[in-house]
Write a protein that binds this ligand. Sequence first.
Ligand code: CP
Length: 325
Amino acid sequence: MQTHLRGRDMITTQEWTKSEIDTIIDVALDLKRKRAMGMPHAILRDKVLSMLFFFTSTRTRNSFEAGMAQLGGHAQFIDHQTTQISHGDTGKEIGEILGRYNDGIAIRQCDWGIGNDYIRGVAKASRVPVLNMQCDHFHPFQILADLLTIIEHKGDPRGKTINVSYAYAKSYQKPMSVPISLILLMTRFGMNVRLTRPPEFKLIPDYVEQAKENARKSHGSFEIYDDFDAGFKDADIVYPKAWGAMLTTTNDDESARISQQYTNWITDERRMAMAKDDAIYMHCLPADRNIEVTDGVIDGPQSVVYDEAENRLHVQKAVMALTMS
Ligand code: CP
């Protein structure tokens, strides 16, 4: 267990060692157990987390807010539209000033080509930890929750096959932060990671190279598929979700036209049957029901989507307790 994590930012898990991530999972399980037994754990009494949202959220906002209350502190919700950001407050000012009022700053800024740079700018100016609640590159708390969920359902991740796949959705050009974060983290745990996507839905090449290197070091594997059905074959874990074709086009109409070629990339019962009998279905939510995944699969016995959503609470509490105490 690592005990020197006070003051650390969580922008991407790639900047935390494997041993530090093991510590997060260990503390998350301890806090989960304490909550299940009704044991108080006010580790962050009198501490305040500032949560700045440039995008909407159901799970992230609620789990951070509930988590801070359970730790004895307070989380303040700030919608960027109610701030002076559009009138000139820069990332430097947000970091300097909110860092003087609060004990942590959490930010969701998913704008393509902007979000990660913005969060890093705030972190540079801040005297307190900055937590990435999702940007255009990373969604670290989602995939920490996913790792905990995999461990709970599958035990040791080493040697397990996870299929991180594109799926069709027509709602909007969703960030590629979840698949990038998944391939970066799961390759560090000795998993056999498949990235399955059409050619227009490539992920940022630097991170794909890092995933390959992670897999080499952990004695796992990393492969890229472009056949949706093939990705399911004999997988232990399937994680098909939509993301945008931002590396191909940033034009929404063009992106919608490209996506239309892949309307059959839907997770259904036939495809689930190609995975191992005890395979689990994962999705970070929200999902486009009966477009991205059928009701039968997402509500079926192999789906663990609500465990994933719950585990957001526990891993976030762990990171806050370790970095903000
Ligand atoms: N999975 C996730 O981040 O959910 P929200 O967008 O609702 O926060």
